[in-house]
Design a protein around this ligand. Structure first.
Ligand code: SF4
Length: 275
């Protein structure tokens, strides 16, 4: 099954391919929706997804300069209120003051495009850039797990490689870029990742090989993951005959079902920063 020429690689679809090539094919090539809960209890899962979305919107509005009273006015849920209070009392520390929330960055890559929508990019021109990602997990992921995520590669790689409009289109030195994962449920346990040229070289090679592997995949049915634990929180499990019961939220490991929390954006409809 060939990739469309205009296919856009994102952290979401690349992570799916790494986790399970068949999931990548079903979600991103066949665009198949499958009526199954990602985890149980379904109501709680949906509530957490909604809270996460609301929190992202509130922080987006905050960095746009909308008055706090207006932002906090609509809070109905106790969890959301606690997250908001945590953010106001203990926001990410030491980030530059030039804020660009929800910024899209993309570049040509191996005949396709590589793109990211970054929750917050804070830039001090010519000096440093900090990528901030809000993670509304109800369990704190391990730092090693976060480091391995494709998101931890693509976001800083794009910022380092392309530069942004906020840096006069000059690329940053890798050591000038960092990435912060900030958790409203654990505001004092943010994780900061730092980078260097060796990391950039390895990341470029890794992403190049990954994109080539995907674009050369000529099987009618992409391989199913051998790690059946990944099927527990996958909506295609009945289609793949990998079980019918969703994993429990209380049993979630680090690789919790984030797939529908922040779905891939439609870059064709959004004016972003492209190179
Ligand atoms: S159920 Fe398992 S094998 Fe099927 S797409 Fe999901 S992760 Fe892959």
């Amino acid at each position: 099954m060939p990739l469309p020429d205009d296919f856009i690689f994102t952290q979401n679809n690349l992570q799916d391919f790494i986790d399970c090539p068949r999931r990548f094919q079903l979600r991103h090539l066949l665009k198949m929706s499958w009526p199954a809960p990602v985890s149980e209890p379904m109501e709680e899962n949906e509530r957490l997804i909604l809270l996460g979305t609301q929190f992202h919107k509130m922080v987006y509005q905050y960095y746009l300069g909308i008055p706090e009273e207006k932002i906090a006015h609509g809070i109905r849920e106790m969890d959301l209120n606690e997250w908001w209070q945590a953010f106001r009392q203990n926001p990410p520390q030491g980030i530059p003051e030039n804020h660009r929330p929800e910024i899209e960055v993309s570049m040509p890559f191996e005949g396709y495009r590589l793109a990211a929508k970054i929750d917050l990019l804070a830039v001090e021109k010519g000096a440093r850039a900090v990528v901030v990602d809000w993670k509304t997990n109800h369990r704190l992921p391990r730092e090693a797990f976060l480091r391995e995520r494709v998101q931890s590669l693509i976001y800083p790689y794009l910022v380092i490689t392309t530069g942004t409009i906020l840096n006069d289109y000059r690329p940053f030195n890798p050591s000038q870029v960092s990435m912060i994962y900030w958790f409203p449920a654990f505001p004092d346990q943010a994780v900061t990742l730092r980078f260097n040229q060796d990391w950039v070289d390895k990341t470029r090679l890794f992403l190049t090989n990954l994109v080539k592997d995907i674009s050369r995949m000529d099987r009618e049915i992409f391989p199913l993951t051998a790690d059946e634990k990944k099927c527990q929180f996958c909506r295609f499990r009945s289609l793949c005959e990998r079980g019918t019961v969703a994993g429990s939220l209380t049993d979630e490991a680090d690789d919790s079902p984030e797939e529908d929390l922040f779905p891939d954006i439609d870059f064709s409809e959004i004016e972003g920063i492209s190179f």
